[in-house]
Ligand binder design. Sequence first.
Ligand code: NAD
Length: 487
Amino acid sequence: MRAQPKASHYVGGSYLESQTGTPFDSFYPATGEVIARVHTADDAVIEAAISAARTGQEIWAAMPPAERGRILRKAADILRERNRELSVLETLDTGKPLQETLIADAASGADCLEYYGGLAATLTGEHIDLGGSFAYTKREPLGICFGIGAWNYPIQIACWKAAPALVCGNAMIFKPSEVTPLSALKFAEALTEAGLPDGVYNVIQGFGDVGATMVAHPDIAKVSLTGSVPTGAKVASLAGEHLKKTTLELGGKSPLIIFDDADVENAISAAINANFYSTGQICSNGTRVFVHKAIKEQFLSRLAERTSSAVLGDPLDEATNIGPLVSRQQFDKVLSYMQIGQDEGARLVCGGGSAQVDSLPEGYFVQPTVFADVRDNMRIAREEIFGPVLSVLDFGDEDEVVARANDTEFGLAAGVFTKDIQRAHRVIGKLEAGTCWINTYNLTPIEMPFGGYKKSGIGRENGHAAIEYYSQIKSIYVEMDGVEAAF
Ligand code: NAD
């Protein structure tokens, strides 16, 4: 097996195998080839990870923040040096084109480690003058944080959770998605090589049951999940029962609104990025593309023309820009929505089914698909598909499109294309979404907080904002005079 790790888990600074865990395979989605077999964490692995994290966290939290920052920045350098190797691994595990993984996965993880490494020495409290006496605040770690990953950006998600958690002095135990178990282990290796004390970052494998056991574990102080809304609800409810802090990065059905004064070619580029990058498997995708009636047909014909030039093929070939979906399950789900769209009466502009790549007959390939004349109440306009299915809805009026864009239980992201700057800011101001773009889409630099409104999440990742979710403030009142008492 060409991506077999040394063992399934990474605990206390080295690989660890479970004696009784259930085996499961990781597949290359382009061929169905089994690339690795790992085992779920059993109770012994879970307890070993908790114990290693407890020991590691004490040592780590006692280190000067600047030193913690240096270690994270060193880990960033290691990820960059190994970018190609890590990108090939991510492509094998996810099926995403190497063309993408080379720039968007380990590389964005490195950006994240570098950013939080740079912030390390700046995380201070405040001094509060009380007129003689005073108070000060300290920012303290939470303890052991548990991270749960989704399968679409495995190493990026691992880094987005670990870097802010670690910079605040926490330890982390991370469970990657069972669909993509591999790259988090390589990330753990890089952290150890960079000088991270053993036990500060641990990786355990497993399905939802391992996740739930960890969420309920009394030694876990905080849970950060990236996943779907239904999983988010389960995790929030269990974490709530145990009064654990939570960050939830969940799904979306985000609007991308294109006004008639927009630069249409740029708007089409954004719609392509917002629907077909990573074969449509991105939480913040702008899958409801509202296009002003005046430019709709021009937009559609050019979008179809540009979509027809997409190169589907072996993701390891750098010329490929659309790879397979991650799994058989996702393939079946996306194909069913392509059928639902047609059954609901949407106009199929292009795509609409599975795609044949001659050299890869077993791959989970689907055609990039565009539906037009989509109505707000259609399932393809309401439910998260998580595949390359773009729905075009038309509109004529600004207030109308804002109301329709907000008519969803999700609120992860939104985009607006217009050359009218007042309209751009006015519309963004009214959209119920946590992450917004004007005249672009889906750019998520590490400096910018990322997260959802409504059912798309709780809390924020990235930027200074994430620090709030991985630390707690201790307030200390210092008396400079005597103590008055009633008797
Ligand atoms: P999923 O919800 O099926 O699984 C996510 C993770 O949760 C997996 O590691 C899984 O093992 C774990 N899990 C499942 N049940 C659990 C439980 N009861 N307790 C604890 N853990 C449990 O999601 P997925 O299919 O892996 O990923 C796709 C979803 O993730 C989409 O909805 C997508 O929008 C969302 N996503 C969100 C973001 C974001 O940042 N907002 C980023 C990527 C993906």
